[in-house]
Design a protein around this ligand. Structure first.
Ligand code: MG
Length: 300
């Protein structure tokens, strides 16, 4: 009987221990939930659009657009006017003074080539930037035009020579981008000017999202609805803060400047009428159609 009692007290003790553990687990889960909600409340989606011939910035909440007075980089205020997303024509979500890109920044894209010892930079022009649902124009001499789905950094404040640990303070948010690349021109030309910086070779959008953990977002590319690329941004060789710090050593970055961070996996050639979609977690789907240019082949 004494043995039975002691056995019972051991079982009771275990039950109490388990109960305490369950309570602890519940408490931690609750804390995480509260913390995520608080973090979540900082996530804001910004758009740039035209409505009745007038260009504005706005905050997108579901299907509702809240118009902003001023641009998103200089403490804008809500004008009080709201619109439906279906009423506005979306533009590229910002107007950069410069567009920088990093090449070979995912192991899955590098393949057998050596990992770069520092971020490999190249330039695209601000005039290559287009928005969601605008057309990628394929000139008649383009024969190997590829998509490159990428996370794009949007700079929020003027910055020069910043450390990696402080870089995040100068990043406004992120958007999805397509670093459209003509592979034959990339191989043949002296520099990647035609290959990367031609008009319409830089779709970005549809929104700039702030408050995301840009170090771990799912990035996917679909061509005519078929999944082509799928990787998380945690697999970047040089992460977002490192890229911003590195570039700021050489260039002054201004509000609205953007940085393409590199594409994962492999890419394929596109042809006129193809639909390419880049989806970035927390940002949404950037969709563009490839359209043949009405140019004259052989004019040069
Ligand atoms: Mg690229």
């Amino acid at each position: 009987c004494r043995w039975e009692k002691s056995k019972l007290s051991v079982i009771n003790g275990r039950h109490k221990q388990e109960e305490t553990m369950t309570k602890k687990r519940l408490f931690i889960t609750l804390l995480i939930a509260i913390y995520s909600t608080l973090l979540g409340s900082e996530v804001t989606k910004y758009i740039r659009y035209v409505y009745q011939g007038q260009e504005s910035y706005g905050i997108l909440e579901g299907e509702t657009v809240r118009e902003l007075d001023g641009d998103i980089f200089s403490a804008p205020t809500l004008s009080g006017k709201t619109l439906q997303l279906s009423e506005v024509q979306l533009l590229a979500p910002c107007k950069p003074t410069k567009v920088i890109a990093v090449g070979l920044n995912y192991r899955s894209h590098i393949g057998n080539r050596p990992i770069p010892e520092y971020p490999g930079l190249f330039a695209k022009y601000p005039s290559s930037i287009i928005g969601h649902e605008e057309s990628i124009i394929m000139t008649s001499d383009a024969t190997d035009l590829h998509y490159e789905g990428e996370l794009v950094i949007v700079i929020g404040k003027e910055v020069k020579n910043i450390s990696v640990s402080e870089a995040h303070n100068y990043i406004f948010g992120v958007t999805a981008g397509n670093d459209v690349s003509e592979r034959k021109w990339q191989r043949d030309d002296l520099q990647w000017l035609r290959a990367k910086a031609s008009d319409t070779f830089g779709p970005i959008g549809p929104v700039i999202t702030t408050g995301l953990n840009y170090n771990d977002l799912l990035l996917q590319t679909r061509l005519n609805g078929e999944l082509q690329q799928s990787e998380r941004t945690k697999d970047l060789v040089y992460d977002v803060d490192t890229i911003v710090s590195y570039i700021s050593r050489y260039l002054t970055l201004f509000p609205g400047d953007i940085i393409f961070t590199g594409t994962p996996g492999t890419t394929k050639a596109m042809k006129p009428n193809d639909i390419v979609e880049i989806e970035l977690e927390g940002v949404g789907v950037l969709r563009n159609k490839v359209v043949a240019a009405k140019d004259k082949k052989g004019i040069y």
